[in-house]
Design a protein around this ligand. Structure first.
Ligand SMILES: [Zn+2]
Length: 296
């Protein structure tokens, strides 16, 4: 049996999981519903199902890494709360998964996992200061600072979806007002058209008179957020992932131009803006790589 580490990315609607070999190759993939709307116990079951899938592939599961949105304590694997899983309070995810699978488990914030994957294997290789933004249900943030994954004091560091781009703006489930993700996530775009179109569809028809003002507004708001991020972290690279990343990518040169007028000149001249290489698998792969590091 081939020894592998599983990486499981728990999203608002889907679970994406991978089995990663010692050579860091993805040898098997799984995708299924996360059932997050039915509460933490339903997610526990969905994770157990994904583990069962890999067991059926004659793989020897050495460890499990899990990526989950929200404030995660990486030491005990408790998900304290998550703006996108409204009923989650102090969910002992690590304990549950270890109990169900009998495999050592590590739980991390999902965007931290994605940042780690892109830094180790993707476009962020050899980059000293890297910022990752995932535009999805919310905006996830992951930081590699001075060549290390940055978690903050409680594991909640780098929540880049939750700084205000408008003082006293739209309320956010996190408790703050005017958060970046209330304006620039895929959900925020969808909300702007009353759920009639997805963010991806809006970007695909960018030239239409109906969507043009929406996209201009998005780019304006996104550039405000990017300017703050660039000025605060002075990163070499900002990677954009999530379902909308490809839609936004054609506007990267324009966004860099705006950065040149708003951010510190040295920062704007240095920073690159790119799309993630591993797309929607970066969270799962990063979770596996982080679990491998713990279990080395
Ligand atoms: Zn918020």
């Amino acid at each position: 049996m081939q020894p592998v580490i599983l990486g499981i990315d728990i999203g608002g609607t889907r679970i994406k999981a991978v089995a990663v070999s010692k050579e860091r190759d993805v040898v098997e993939k799984y995708e299924g519903p996360s059932d997050a709307q039915d509460g933490p116990s339903a997610v526990r079951l969905a994770v157990a199902l994904s583990v069962e899938y890999f067991r059926g592939k004659s793989l020897e599961i050495k460890a499990i890494g899990v990526g989950c949105a929200g404030s995660v304590n990486p030491l005990n694997g408790v998900v304290r709360n998550s703006p996108n899983f409204s009923h989650w309070r102090d969910v002992p995810l690590k304990e549950w998964i270890q109990e169900d699978s009998s495999v050592p488990t590590q739980v991390e914030n999902d965007a931290n996992c994605a940042a780690y994957c892109e830094w180790k294997l993707g476009g962020g290789k050899n980059v000293h200061n890297l910022v990752l933004l995932t535009l999805g249900t919310g905006i996830g943030g992951g930081l590699i600072l001075n060549g290390e994954l940055f978690r903050g004091s409680t594991g909640t560091g780098g929540e880049l979806g939750h700084f205000s781009i408008y003082a006293d703006g739209k309320p956010c489930p996190c408790g703050n007002l005017g958060c970046f993700e209330r304006y620039c996530s895929a959900s925020a775009l969808r909300e702007a058209v009353n759920g009639k179109y997805s963010a991806r569809e809006i970007f695909m028809q960018a030239a239409s008179p109906e969507f043009r003002p929406l996209i201009d507004r998005f780019l304006h708001d996104f550039s405000i957020g990017l300017t703050s991020i660039a000025n605060i972290f002075d990163p070499d690279l900002i990677l954009v992932g999530g379902g909308v990343a490809k839609g936004v990518a054609p506007y990267f040169p324009k966004l860099i131009q705006v950065l040149k007028t708003r951010a510190f000149p040295a920062v704007a001249a240095n920073v690159r803006l790119e799309v993630t290489q591993f797309g929607n698998l970066s969270g799962a792969i990063g979770a596996a790589l982080l679990a491998a590091r713990v279990n080395e």
